[in-house]
Design a binder for this molecule. Sequence first.
Ligand SMILES: Cc1cc2nc3c(=O)[nH]c(=O)nc-3n(C[C@H](O)[C@H](O)[C@H](O)COP(=O)(O)O)c2cc1C
Length: 481
Amino acid sequence: MINDLREFIEAARQLGQVKDIHGAHWELEIGALTELFAFKEPSPLVLFDQVPGYAPNFRVAANLINTPSRSSLTVGMPPDARPIELIAKWKELLKGVKPVPPRVVKDGPILENVKTGADVDMTIFPTPHWHELDGGRYIGTADCVITGEPEEGGWVNVGIYRVQIHDKNTLGLYVSPGHHARIMREKYWEQGKSCPVVVTFGQDPLLFLVAGQSMPYGLSEFDYYGGLRGAPIDVILGELTGLPIPATAEIAIEGEVPPPSAEMRMEGPFGEWPGYYAHGAAKEPVIRVKRVYYRNDPILCGAPPLKPPFVTFGVPIGAAAIWNYLEKADVPDIKGVWCAIGSSAAAGGAPFIIVSVKQRYHGHAQQAGLAALASRGGNYHGRFVIVVDDDIDPSDMKEVIWAVSTRCDPKSAITIIDGCWSTPLDPAMHPDQRDAGNFVNSRAVLNACRPYAWRDRFPPVNALSPELKQQISEKWKKELA
Ligand SMILES: Cc1cc2nc3c(=O)[nH]c(=O)nc-3n(C[C@H](O)[C@H](O)[C@H](O)COP(=O)(O)O)c2cc1C
């Protein structure tokens, strides 16, 4: 079992998957190298040290789990399967989790350095300027933002939300509409209070992965993480907020998010996962940092969003959440779910969902498409849902495009739905609509299955049958080798 970031990096090193880079500058060099290494085959975890202008042992780790092999490593799962089989494994894993609550401890490496009040200085960390048009330096890209529900039993949410450095003790925090930390902080503000918050900026990559998955409101990602690893997370209760701080985190802060009437600052632009700086710069809430904690030789984690086909978690784990939802919604015979763009995180945005179904009755394919859209993971920041027959591997885009091109009649097999849950990050949202705060968009469900009513008369596929393929391959083995 991996207990923290350092053990994870060591495990990746044992697999020959770590690249050490000395002396890259925080101003665009770390960001550019992160992007170049992200698209290299194989793509290593990159560990930057000796960043000019910073303590040489203050490091940055990027591309933590952007390959199927390293996201599998977080849970000790063998990575040697086809992409859709990996999603099927994640589906089973996520479905079977029995939550295990955190264990409160008194001590841990995160207490090695503690600075309060006037000693707080967030600028001591080598925070990169990641993308060329970013409006500032983002310390929170692979972070865990921890907030408590003020009304419903005080359960604790953990989410990944981007965090910009404004100055020594002020950070910017962007949380999209509908995300749980946003709901919680609004409840505090309605009571006229600031929202207490803890943020970690380096932690076990599995906790980062879990923070990106949308849990039902009321289920703490800490408990889910404990369930996934079969052991509780050790946490120290923050003196100022009462919130749990993972004891082996690399860097953590305690602070508060004041109501917008008290303070807002310009945040962004920031290069986001759809591949654009769509949100531009806007006034967003801030975190007033009251205390900072860090381990000796701290490692700041970075996961800057990169233009697709980059997938932050190596495979679109959000597809596993949609698949589980379809099963819960009693849509029978789902053979696979895939998300071609984004969707590392359930409810992190899934604009291109593919569902493969073994059609059993009239309307079954349409039901699967609509249900995928109804789920939390499939609804947020969506655009297209493609439903294909079970002979199509939904993770193989060539197959999917073939199915759409040959089985989907645009006039009769495309359904448009309007007024759906979107976000200011949507690049295709008209700027006036964004300025008006009307964060909705439309969806299309493409039924690319053989029409059920006349499926028996649909022409046969002219590819080799598996039997003939086997027979000929056997007979002509030498020639085919
Ligand atoms: C690398 C990464 C960065 C993310 N950044 C943000 C962000 O800046 N703001 C946001 O609202 N969601 C962001 N998300 C998506 C949320 O973390 C994700 O949807 C999560 O499930 C939200 O949790 P919640 O449902 O508890 O709010 C990000 C996801 C990932 C994987």
